[in-house]
Design a protein around this ligand. Structure first.
Ligand SMILES: Cc1cc2nc3c(=O)[nH]c(=O)nc-3n(C[C@H](O)[C@H](O)[C@H](O)COP(=O)(O)O)c2cc1C
Length: 465
């Protein structure tokens, strides 16, 4: 690939922002390699966060799964499991890092705003303005079975609740005026009378009446991330988010189409098109030569999709327990069983299993693939494979055409999976003027180059002192 001439592109000064997504539940993190560390040892989190900070990343990011996944009542034990509460985990990391942002995925369906907003502002304050909140609505009834209300809401209600939830959270974060706390020991009050506003919200889904317990952090509010790909999710992001964690970062055309759609929605919501950063989740596999990188990717895929994982993934497509089959043998001869989506497991929601199985059969036959090879070739495709300079050129094109603002990187090895990226890719990006050479700010909002929180613009919402 030839280098992009910055003069010919719509965003010649684009900068890439990197986050690291430490995954908790997945089969993409290889746990079976001799270099693999524990998924639940705090030392693993610390090492990944410190590597990311060495690489001048914007953020360390955690997803949320409130329950171990199950299929037909059995724990889905191929997932790499073990997930402490994200805010607790990030609070520990706040003490072990200096600059990197700390982003918690926390859902609005099963939490309550008074509690979650307070915990997030605690993280924001304790970390010196480095907190982010990835707002999700969580797409399964099976998580809701853990909660008092039996917790599932339909899609539209989940987004309605999310919108109101965020409004209440922002009111809580704005409860203290800027001069609420005594400026010195000679002030007559520690907290001036009338400087803390009550937040009241009754009716609808919430019952809130409180005086917030904390002042704002130096970044104003935690940075709002959003992950959810439906039209409602995208509009919610356009109205509310600072960052979108998307699934559109592998193919250039798909990434650009997504970014264009989001920019249109932002304008429709009355916001400038550059008001939001788009960071797709992605994997990066780096080799010294293109051939090395391809060879490494092959190793990574076979380590990720073990025989047992292949049978499990195929079992979810066929809706048949295939655990006693041979993953290195042919595809199951049976037709898939069509079951109603119970909401019990996301992977069950394959829209037309018959069509997918027919495609898998045709391609497996044409290429002589085993079941495992078919799962690897035709299962979800992830990420970018190449040399440091090849990937830097590729990402320059993505960034300078406005297809992405960076990536939320999922390392396939814990805890050392970021080293190639930090040591080999980052310098190539820096050489192309695409990546910072030092942190210039202290807060997550500053790292991302964001404007003040939405409710603080034009004097709206923020209480005068
Ligand atoms: C890239 C991405 C990451 C997500 N991560 C999580 C997560 O960690 N925890 C969770 O409960 N939901 C997660 N979700 C799903 C969200 O709960 C999302 O709100 C849900 O899919 C419903 O929204 P949608 O219909 O707009 O996609 C994620 C979604 C996307 C697109």
């Amino acid at each position: 690939m030839t280098r992009t001439d910055p003069a010919d592109v719509p965003f010649p000064n684009a900068q890439l922002h990197f986050g690291v997504f430490f995954q908790g539940v997945n089969h993409w993190t290889i746990w079976s390699d001799p270099s693999s560390g524990s998924q639940i040892d705090p030392e693993s989190y610390r090492r990944v966060a410190r590597a990311a900070e060495r690489g001048l990343f914007d953020a360390f990011f955690l997803g949320e799964g409130l329950r171990l996944r199950e299929v037909d009542g059995r724990i889905h034990d191929l997932d790499v499991a073990g997930r402490p509460d994200a805010i607790t985990q990030l609070a520990a990391l706040a003490a072990q890092t200096d600059r990197i942002g700390l982003v918690s995925t926390s859902n609005t369906t099963f939490n309550e705003p008074a509690d979650l907003a307070r915990r997030l502002s605690g993280l924001d304050l304790l970390s010196g303005g480095r907190a982010g909140w990835n707002v999700v609505t969580t797409d399964n009834a099976w998580t809701g079975a853990n909660f008092r209300r039996g917790g599932y809401l339909d899609h539209a209600d989940r987004y309605r609740r999310a919108e109101r939830f965020l409004t209440v959270a922002r009111a809580i974060w704005d409860g203290w005026s800027d001069d609420a706390v005594a400026g010195g020991t000679d002030a007559p009050y520690w907290s001036a009378p009338g400087s803390v506003a009550r937040v009241r919200e009754h009716g609808g889904q919430f019952d809130v009446d409180l005086a917030p317990t904390l002042p704002r952090s130096v970044q104003g509010h935690p940075v709002i991330f959003q992950a959810g790909d439906s039209a409602e999710g995208r509009d919610f992001a356009a109205r509310n988010a600072d960052v979108i964690f998307s699934a559109h970062g592998t193919e250039f055309d798909d990434a650009l189409a997504f970014a264009t759609d989001i920019r249109n929605r932002l304008r429709a919501a009355g916001r400038p098109a550059d008001d939001l950063r788009i960071l797709p989740g992605t994997e990066m596999i780096i080799g010294a030569t293109e051939e090395d990188a391809r060879e490494k990717a092959r190793w990574v895929r076979f380590a990720q999709v073990t025989p047992a994982t292949a049978l499990n993934v195929a079992g979810l497509l066929w809706n048949i327990d295939l655990s006693d089959r041979d993953a290195d043998g042919p595809l199951p001869a049976e037709d898939p069983v069509i079951v109603e989506n119970t909401g019990a497991f996301g992977a069950r929601r394959i829209a037309d299993p018959r069509a997918v199985v027919a495609e898998w059969r045709a391609k497996a036959e044409a290429n002589g693939w085993s079941l495992r090879e078919t799962v690897i070739a035709l299962g979800p495709q992830r990420g970018h494979v190449g040399t440091p300079s090849g990937l830097a050129d590729k990402f320059a094109r993505f960034a300078r055409h406005g297809a992405v603002d960076g990536f939320n990187i999922t390392p396939y090895l814990i805890p050392d999976g970021l080293d190639d990226i930090v040591d080999l890719l980052v310098p190539e990006l820096q050489e192309r003027g695409l990546y910072r050479t030092a942190y210039t700010g202290g807060t997550l909002r500053e790292h991302l180059g964001l404007r003040p929180p939405l409710t603080h613009r034009h004097g709206a919402g923020r209480r005068a002192g």
